[in-house]
Design a protein around this ligand. Sequence first.
Ligand SMILES: Nc1ncnc2c1ncn2[C@@H]1O[C@H](COP(=O)(O)OP(=O)(O)OP(=O)(O)O)[C@@H](O)[C@H]1O
Ligand SMILES: [Mg+2]
Length: 440
Amino acid sequence: MNLEKFPEVDSLLSQLRLIDFKVFTDQEFTIYPGTTAIVGPNGSGKTSILEAIEFALFRQVTRKEKKVPRVEDLIHHGRRKAIVELEFRAPINRRTYKVKRSIHPGETNADLFEESQKEPFASGAKKVDEEIIKLVGMNRHAFSALTYVRQGEIDRLSRMTPKTRRTDLFNMMGLGIYDKTGDRVQKQIRDLRKQVALLEETQARLESIRSHLPSDEELDSALGSLGRLVEETGKSRDLDTIKEVLQKVEHSLSEVKQQLYSPEMTVEYEELKEESVIAKYLKQVLETVPDIAEAQLRPHIRSEAREIFRSIFGDRYSDLIIDDDYEISLFDLRGNKVSLSAASGGEDVCVNFALRVAVNTALQKHSVTGPPPGLIILDEPGAGLDSQRRMWLPEAIAGLKSVDQVIVVTHMEEMRGSAQRVISLTPQGKDRQPIVEEIE
Ligand SMILES: Nc1ncnc2c1ncn2[C@@H]1O[C@H](COP(=O)(O)OP(=O)(O)OP(=O)(O)O)[C@@H](O)[C@H]1O
Ligand SMILES: [Mg+2]
């Protein structure tokens, strides 16, 4: 693709190509900055486009909060492989990359190219996964929490317990990585402890063997006595046997001592103990960093969410409060507290929308780990909203100033007007891909 066409592009996604991916046999989409609405009847392939983006980035597709176990089901019926190509601009260096993944029965392949390079600089699914996480600055958890609001999941945040909501929000803030690293360190601590215990056990066993063997002095004096006996009585087979046994004992003793004082038992043992102390400190640090970062972000998230919510529901509610445990409460115009579980479905949608946008905005402004990619993908966010709130939604989406790129799948006619671009899908019946029209 020729990026010169729009040199101002600074948003994450730019070009998507699907070959034999679900309903699409060969289709290209250009994704511009700003808001793109994807419209079309049921089953026309709207969600498929979003799934292709997720697959291109993270090699998986999520539905109903679960990984689709067999990605080969995404291969167009009757074909042998699917290909997804996605061009994106990496927020960390603003360079353009192209990821190309193919799905075959039982396996997937991947190549990652730097702009205009013919040879991939990373190949193989796992290698490409790792590179993309670094380039995009988020993993699939953060993507699910922050960026991609799946069909029927807009109210996900409010359905969660405060504890999982906190985890989800931490993922949104890019802080989930500390948890994962913390888990790895914890595993290392366990491994180190095991190694130390194993060495200590060996040491104890060797000590016990040594305590049953004669000491150096005892052995020396026995060998001395034997020497004198030989001098007095002359050599004999009996004395030779005794000498052989004594020599064997001497050999065993030196073996045991060698093992006891080996570098493994001394230097390495000390090093392992030291490492295990350091790992423990590291774990403590990893546990405190996200809390500090989160504490800094929390007030911004709260105030952004509150402002957005009040602008939608100012006629019904006076406030939205998020407490320290991420329990969310609404306050009606008289100041009565209404718990989120008592709020209506539509109110729920708006609270969720407000929260996600709030986290996104707060992160763009105050992130500690670098701002997230300015992308929000919403699949049918308007489901469950009455006509009045539905009117608000396009406006709210159009007003996502801090987000460079917004992709909204919608049946809502209202959205068409407020999106800068509309991708319209018209199904063509069995075995034919939908006709795709891009309307500006
Ligand atoms: N492997 C496949 N090959 C061909 N078609 C498939 C395959 N897997 C699923 N489909 C079809 O793809 C169609 C598109 O599904 P998708 O979820 O993208 O629709 P949608 O436009 O989001 O619809 P809705 O508005 O109902 O959410 C479905 O009709 C489904 O039957
Ligand atoms: Mg859909």
